[in-house]
Design a protein around this ligand. Structure first.
Ligand code: SAH
Length: 355
């Protein structure tokens, strides 16, 4: 029988398992402590557990983490991209980003939530792959653990790697549970940002479940027509529906919502776009993150000039919108926003790994 991964188990799951095995509840706490505080890699290391229990755990659960098979560092800004091989051989990328370029301020880990993605946004390399499969909760958490085990002090996690987090809702919730659970990593949920292309039903669901994580919405356009041209799912989840959901979300989680707005030259970077954006966001407590388009292969999209970006920023600011321009890190290693895709990597580059 195939063993499940221990990394997919919530603390409650393991406590239940212990009860079922006739074990005292503190055993689950001991195991979680080994996994999430003491970086155990094998059951045998858990020396304060009876040998018989270590054996039983080994029969029921695998403790293997996915493997890092390639590491690449951007010499410009220190951003590191990890190519990670999952236990079934599929691969995802994780990006480890120094905060403000200073290592001592800790790191942000940009995690993937799916192998590939089904939404096919026109600017995004992952979207070209189609959806291969969802990541399990433990595979999402593992990306954070692997970064930590490389010695990085991880301060924040952004679900902005490959995939659409809200399209893999259950596993993403499971990952929040482990990251924020007292027995897991014990993080405040405000250290986590979940980015979505704008899946309306799941925004309602997230509002109700209220894990307390920050929400970021990829907007990219100010009319349904323009948004759909850039991100086809916008045909289904129109701006009206999206903003209704966001207002509902905001009633529950009072904190501000972030919007990511990709700036594409000649497509959505005009004065009228900026003015419409101001109108659209009026009355909503929010923040806009402008992301000048990062070039991906075979795409006609390019980024606007610095002047055009500045003009866009000025219009938003004049309209009372809080705005920042995201300094995309990792562009030198195709690790920046939208550049993550594993399909195109040749076998050769995988076997010449440098871990
Ligand atoms: N599916 C989620 C998370 C993945 S993308 C979402 O859509 O939000 C994370 C961020 O990277 C999004 O805001 C996305 O718009 C941005 N991005 C994707 N491709 C990009 C590109 N080529 N250049 C710059 N940003 C990009």
């Amino acid at each position: 029988m195939k063993r499940d991964s221990i990394w997919n188990q919530s603390f409650e799951d393991l406590a239940r398992w212990c009860r079922h095995e006739g074990l005292p509840a503190y055993r689950a706490r001991q195991v979680f402590n080994w996994l999430y505080s003491r970086n155990a890699a094998q059951w045998q290391e858990m020396t304060d557990l009876p040998q018989s229990l270590r054996q039983r755990l080994d029969e029921c659960f695998s403790v293997d983490l996915p493997h890092i098979i390639h590491r690449q560092t951007d010499p410009e800004d220190g951003t590191e991209k990890l190519l990670i091989q999952l236990t079934d051989g599929k691969q995802v990328e994780t990006v480890v980003i120094p905060r403000d370029g200073k290592e001592d301020e800790g790191f942000t880990v940009c995690v993937s939530t799916q192998v590939g993605c089904t939404f096919a946004c026109r600017f995004c390399a992952t979207g070209r792959m189609g959806l291969v499969r969802d990541l399990q909760a433990g595979e999402i958490v593992a990306q954070v653990l692997l970064a930590q085990r490389l010695g990085k002090a991880v301060k924040r996690v952004v679900l902005m790697g490959m995939g659409e987090p809200l399209h893999n809702y259950e596993n993403v919730s499971g990952a929040f549970n482990i990251l924020c659970g007292k027995e897991g990593l014990g993080w405040s949920p405000r250290r986590i940002t979940c980015s979505t292309v704008g899946l309306v039903p799941e925004i309602y669901r997230l509002a109700q479940d209220a894990p307390g994580v920050k929400l970021a919405v990829s907007l990219h356009g100010t009319t349904d027509q323009k948004r759909s041209e850039i991100a086809p799912i916008a045909q289904v989840y129109t701006l009206d529906r999206l903003f209704e959901a966001l207002r509902y979300y905001h009633e529950r989680d009072k904190r501000r919502i972030s919007f990511e707005y990709l700036l594409i030259r000649g497509v959505n970077d005009g004065i009228r776009d900026a003015n419409r954006l101001v109108e659209l966001l009026r009355g909503l407590v929010c923040h806009v993150n402008l992301i000048p388009n990062n070039r991906i292969p075979k795409s006609e999209y390019t980024r606007p000039s610095g002047q055009v970006v500045t003009r866009f920023v000025e219009i938003l600011e004049k309209g009372g919108v809080t705005v920042t321009v995201r300094a995309s890190k990792g562009r030198g290693i195709s690790g920046a926003c939208g550049q993550l895709a594993t399909e195109s990597r040749s076998r050769e580059s995988i076997t010449t790994m440098d871990v």
